[in-house]
Design a protein around this ligand. Structure first.
Ligand code: ATP
Length: 612
């Protein structure tokens, strides 16, 4: 019975991992999760969710990773199975996976002990039967392994892992090893986990939006699952942001015509510089500061200077504000591009880096102040609060802006922004419904960037889902990638184009190594493709792609049947621009955005063809 405290056996989690690995449809994936969550007591639901995400805790916590290298894992397998190191290596080479090696050696050991003679054979069964591992035990031991630091920690980590593997069944050993290696890679998206939670705890998938909203406000799916399981859906509806737990950022749509932009945001709007730096969500509680990146990594330690500014110039006791950290020239104070900030990040000594590349923070939103959740307030209300709590200085101040409903003024401000070293502008709605849409890309914010003016189509961010081998000079290496857009409605990746140009020789040389961890033997269940590449990937790596124009194609599944029956949207003459390591697969351009771009392109063609 759920909720009554019978400890959850880890075997059930391992069984689910095994089933998920073989699954080919997302619906089936959800069903397996439902099956598991139904059997999970509320006190460990958070841990089961983290296991499904392939982690021990959310990345933003900045806690250490497991930190056991391949050699350490092999050593632990040797200790747990009494095999020789060379046997482990041999099996690993044969199956290409240490997890399988561990499982096989465990099986062998079990067979041997079943045939045991001597004292074991005479003991009653209950005494010889091993205790089953529980989720709590496995989690606690793995956490202990991760948190063991400093002198002697390497040996301690190996010993703890060996003990865990000793108690594990072959199947459990396989997944524990893969988890420790960071190679679980089940490809279960957060959306699928939320669907399953909604079914189990609210009775229907239709309640996913409630869970999603809570997750958007506190980006910790384990924590959200636990609140849901222990307090119920009604409590989850009341959830507020919490200082120290990142809020998933609101994102902007894009357009390139000032008239259209103002129409979309409903007339009068705030137009702000779009700074070319790193987005920062700054949290303050008394003297404690956290800084989270766009992808919700904890970047606090990279910015001691920003921490100081926040401590000094945020006048509230508790606050969550957002802004862009921008590199500035130490001599002239002029804005420098994003690459400069990256240069600072690569330097080892942060105190030297801070002097060479000083930064400035331009704030643009306030999401929470002294117990008050501002995310449901309108932008003008949030901005008022921001102005109230910030003591502005040269290095910590509110983003440059104007308020206008005139396209000419918008255009002039856009040009000024570019001259000042910004990327363009972000136009933001200020009407009564202009709330902070955490975790969503919507039309309340519209970005208008410089690159849109120079190319026929805007660059897009697509996810690699497969590769084709090259010929001739590129023989034996990947010559082209199959790229897909993200469809958030169904949580699928749909193909847009095959891109083979724009790569440097160096890109091509590195590509196989780069994609190696993501190669899978069949099409990923979240990928929709008509093309069959030579190699399939788990959707993980994002690249920026540009092309001559958007076209309709029967070969691709993005927006299939939307514009016309039997065809999808594709990119003509696609060209690789660069990798986007700062984006995850779900941050890729969406199918809907591509469709909007396609429609805009059509309108442009019609306008040009129609005599004035
Ligand atoms: P891009 O690749 O264009 O940076 P993105 O997908 O990272 O886009 P979007 O929400 O589409 O994010 O574009 C807005 C981004 O621009 C923000 O994530 C933020 O980093 C940056 N930015 C700079 N200035 C502002 C501003 N005044 N308001 C909002 N975002 C801003």
């Amino acid at each position: 019975m759920r909720g009554v405290f019978k400890a959850l056996e880890f075997e059930l989690v391992a069984n689910t991992f095994e089933k998920l690995e073989a699954v080919t449809s997302r619906t089936q994936m959800t069903l397996y999760l439902v099956e598991l969550f139904k059997k999970t007591p509320a006190d460990v639901i958070d841990k089961v969710v983290y296991f499904m995400q392939g982690k021990l805790w959310p990345d933003w916590k900045g806690l250490p990773e497991l930190g056991v290298g391949e050699k350490g894992i092999i050593r632990a397998i040797v200790l747990a199975t009494h095999a020789r190191e060379s046997d482990v290596e041999k099996l690993r080479r044969k199956y290409g996976d240490l997890g399988t090696a561990a499982a096989m050696l465990k099986e062998e050991l079990e067979k041997k002990s079943k045939g045991a003679v001597g004292i074991l054979a005479f003991l009653p069964k209950a005494q010889t039967a091993k205790k089953k591992l529980t989720v709590q035990e496995v989690y606690d031991t793995l956490a202990k392994i991760a948190l063991a630091q400093g002198e002697g920690s390497r040996d301690l980590k190996i010993k703890l892992l060996a003990r865990l593997l000793t108690d594990a069944s072959p199947r459990e050993a396989k997944y524990i090893v893969r988890f420790v290696e960071g190679r679980l890679r089940l490809g279960v998206g957060d959306a699928t986990i939320m669907d399953a939670l909604a079914i189990v705890y609210a009775g229907s998938q239709a309640f996913r939006p409630v869970i999603e909203r809570a997750y958007n406000l506190r980006a910790d799916l384990g924590m959200i699952a636990k609140i849901l399981a222990t307090k119920g859906l009604e409590e989850l509806k009341k959830i507020k942001p919490q200082v120290g737990v990142p809020i998933r950022p609101m994102l902007a749509e894009r357009l390139s015509n000032p008239i259209e932009i103002l129409k979309q945001v409903g007339g009068k709007a705030i137009v702000e510089y779009k700074y070319d730096g790193e987005r920062a969500q700054i949290h303050k509680k008394d003297d404690q500061i956290w800084i989270f990146s766009r992808r919700l990594e904890n970047i606090t330690r990279q910015y001691p200077d920003v921490q100081e500014y926040a401590k000094k110039y945020i006048k509230a006791r508790e606050a969550i504000v957002e802004g862009e950290i921008v590199a500035v020239d130490p001599e002239t104070g002029e804005l420098r591009p994003f690459q400069e900030l990256m240069r600072r990040k690569r330097k080892h000594d942060i105190h030297i880096a801070m002097k060479e590349v000083p930064v400035r923070v331009y704030l643009f939103d306030a999401l929470y102040v002294d117990g008050e959740d501002l995310t449901q307030k309108t932008l003008p209300e949030r901005r008022r609060k921001l102005e109230e709590i910030i003591e502005q200085t040269e290095d910590f101040r509110i983003a440059e802006y104007i308020i206008t409903d005139k396209p000419e003024e918008l255009e002039a401000f856009f040009l000024k922004a570019i001259e000042d070293g910004a990327e363009g502008v972000v136009v933001k709605a200020i009407h009564g419904k202009a709330i902070y849409q955490a975790g969503a890309r919507g039309w309340l914010w519209i970005k208008y960037k410089r690159d849109y003016k120079s190319e026929m189509i805007e660059p897009v961010d697509l996810v690699a889902v497969g590769a084709f081998y090259g010929r001739g000079r590129r023989g034996g290496k990947y010559g082209a990638l199959l790229m897909a857009a993200y469809d958030p409605e169904t949580d699928m990746f749909r193909t847009v184009c095959k891109v083979g140009s724009g790569f440097t020789d160096e890109d091509l040389d590195k590509m196989m190594e780069m994609f190696k961890p993501y190669v899978i033997p069949h099409k990923h269940p979240r990928v929709d493709s008509k093309m069959k590449p030579d190699v399939w990937f788990q959707p993980a790596i994002v690249a920026e792609i540009i092309g001559a124009e958007l076209t309709l194609s029967p070969l691709h599944t993005c927006c299939y049947n939307w514009a016309k029956q039997g065809v999808g949207i594709s990119i003509r003459f696609p060209r690789f621009i660069r990798w986007r390591p700062d984006k995850g697969p779900q941050d890729a351009t969406t199918t809907k955005e591509l469709y909007e771009m396609y429609k805009r392109q059509l309108r442009k063609i019609v306008e040009q063809a129609t005599p004035a």
